[in-house]
Design a protein around this ligand. Structure first.
Ligand SMILES: Nc1ncnc2c1ncn2[C@@H]1O[C@H](COP(=O)(O)OP(=O)(O)OP(=O)(O)O)[C@@H](O)[C@H]1O
Ligand SMILES: [Mg+2]
Length: 351
């Protein structure tokens, strides 16, 4: 099973929301997950309603026990399978978060290899770090992905992984392959030496079955097209693709028969139903008469949208990856909504 989950997708489709819900969903039965942000926008802090994240891992949420775990715990036979980590965490798990900052990551990195000490601070003051990451975007990317890979592989003193899974709120589909394909990115930059080695090590993790890139989409033409293109690009680069998360799905209001009627605009039937509902006869200028056209129009629009969504859905399933669906929360995504989405993901099986 993958331990590094990279969440991408077209801008605004819900990458940050889905990454957070996934980190919560994976944090059950004593598991600990790390949710990382790489674009410095503090989206995670906003979502979890906490203050801005520093460049440091910290616990931001406790996931509730899954129903199964709660039942097993109640029956007194533990959580089964792996032993839970530490006391008091049976059933639920923990989500930690980290906002990775390229500048800080570069300083850490230089520190590690060159023992820079105060020279590092001087470099920072001079703006040399900004300069280095601006002229070499590949360097910036290898630092960001490198930090995530380091968290994936980190072990505690008992030889256990510190995080059972790492979930990355990643750049959008248009940039994801380049972002992850750091080897190519730094190839022109460093052919030997620590940066080259770092890129190789990162690439080994990213191309292994330990990694899965998930793409978030809506049932709309543009995001679906981007998803199909993104999957093709990632596959061509040899980066493992996980699943497709269809976000903001809307419930079906009408069955197929009614959809058909709505699409055809069955005026007489609607007029009759309105008058039966006590909204007056269908005489000209009456209430029913004034209601009927806007109603028919709405029904037709709905039928059209459903038809379009079905076509997009078929495109997505044709890609041949597992799909997961998350409904549109009418009130938007607050903390309770996020837990709700996490539960929905968990119910749909391992991702
Ligand atoms: N299932 C959902 N139901 C209702 N609202 C949602 C859902 N998923 C996401 N949203 C809302 O849609 C908006 C965009 O979501 P989010 O910020 O997660 O997208 P993003 O892909 O990370 O965007 P960006 O490309 O700007 O980083 C937010 O306001 C979020 O609360
Ligand atoms: Mg986002």
């Amino acid at each position: 099973m993958s331990r590094l989950h990279v969440v991408s997708g077209k801008g605004g489709t819900g990458k940050t929301t889905v990454a957070a819900a996934l980190a919560l969903a994976l944090a059950t039965e004593g598991r600990r997950t790390l949710l990382v942000e790489v674009e410095g926008r503090q989206g995670i802090a906003q979502l979890f309603e906490t203050e801005a994240l520093p460049y440091e891992e910290r616990k931001i949420a406790v996931a509730p026990a899954s129903d199964g775990a709660a039942l097993r715990a109640a029956a007194g036979n533990g959580s089964g399978g792996e032993a839970p980590r530490g006391g008091g965490r049976r059933g639920g798990g923990e989500v930690h978060a980290l906002a990775i900052d390229a500048e800080r990551a570069l300083l850490d990195y230089l520190q590690m290899f060159y023992k820079l000490g105060s020279a590092g601070r001087a470099l920072k003051k001079l703006g040399a770090i900004d300069f280095a990451t601006t002229i070499a975007p590949g360097l910036r990317d290898v630092l960001l992905t490198g930090k995530a890979c380091e968290a994936v592989r980190r072990k505690d003193k008992n030889g256990r992984f510190v995080y059972d899974a790492v979930v990355m709120d990643a750049p959008p589909t248009g940039r994801i392959t380049r972002f992850l394909n750091v080897n190519d990115e730094v190839a022109g930059l460093a052919k030997i030496g620590p940066i080259h080695n770092q890129a190789q090590a990162v690439m080994r993790v990213l191309k292994s079955p330990e990694t899965a890139v998930h793409l978030v989409t809506l049932l709309e033409e543009m995001p679906v097209q981007e998803t199909a293109d993104g999957v093709a690009e990632l596959r061509a680069a040899g980066i493992p693709v996980g699943g497709i998360v269809i976000n903001m799905t809307r419930p079906a209001l009408l069955d197929n028969g009614d959809l058909d009627i709505a699409a055809r605009g069955a005026r007489a039937g609607v007029a009759k139903a309105l008058s039966q509902a006590g909204l007056g006869g269908a005489r000209r200028g009456g209430l029913a008469d004034r209601l009927i056209d806007p109603l028919l129009e709405q029904a037709r629009e709905h039928a059209e949208r459903v038809e379009l969504e079905r076509a997009e859905y078929a495109e997505l399933t044709a890609i041949g990856l597992p799909t997961y669906e998350l409904e549109l929360l009418p009130e938007g995504v607050d903390l309770a909504g996020l837990y709700h989405l996490a539960r929905d993901l968990r119910k749909q099986g391992p991702i």
